[in-house]
Design a protein around this ligand. Structure first.
Ligand code: 6OG
Length: 161
């Protein structure tokens, strides 16, 4: 049996402030509703991936990123779903603007030790510690069955160049 898969390219941006806190948003609607996450969404035609990351950040929390660093790449598969989500993870520490609540997200700064993993995607508990440690870029693969079970996972260092 031949199974065709398609990739959906998404961004996910983590904002760090000078106090080393991280900005997360509580997703108010759509995919991942009710979960805390970084900011991001689908890359649109004619747009580069970093452009999409910057646009989504502004749309979802009001901030303008002046500098985005690629920190990781995550692939998500769901059992019985041919769509693979390819999520490009960025960090910004240089940004301007005022954090605002939007239709999509309710943003809040978190101290590193208070990150609400219980109310986030399960994969976050796996790759966030690696991200927070700094160091090399990471690649993660997660096979979900539904939204609450991870059947397979992989996390390794990589060079996204
Ligand atoms: P919209 O569909 O709202 O973008 N995203 C995930 N993030 C984590 N941490 N884990 C997952 O596990 C995710 N699946 C998707 C990518 C969805 C946003 O949610 C992220 C986008 O930033 C399955 O446009």
């Amino acid at each position: 049996k031949v199974i065709m898969t398609t990739r959906k390219i998404l961004t996910l941006t983590l904002v760090r402030n000078v106090a080393d806190e991280i900005l997360l948003g509580l997703k108010k609607r759509g995919f991942g509703e009710g979960k805390w996450n970084g900011f991001g969404g689908k890359v649109e035609p004619g747009e580069t991936i970093p452009q999409a990351a910057a646009r989504e950040l502004t749309e979802e929390c009001g901030l303008q990123a002046h500098y985005l660093t690629k920190v990781g790449l995550l692939d998500f598969e769901f059992v019985n779903d041919p769509v693979i989500l390819e999520v490009h993870v960025f960090e910004t520490r240089q940004y301007s603007g005022t954090v605002i609540e939007t239709e999509e997200m309710c943003p809040k700064w978190y101290k590193i030790e208070d990150i609400p993993f219980q109310n986030m995607w399960l994969d976050d508990a796996v790759w966030f510690p690696r991200y927070l440690k700094g160091g090399p870029q990471f690649y993660g693969y997660f096979l979900y069955k539904g939204f609450d079970t991870i059947l397979k996972q992989e996390l390794k260092s990589t060079d996204l160049s």
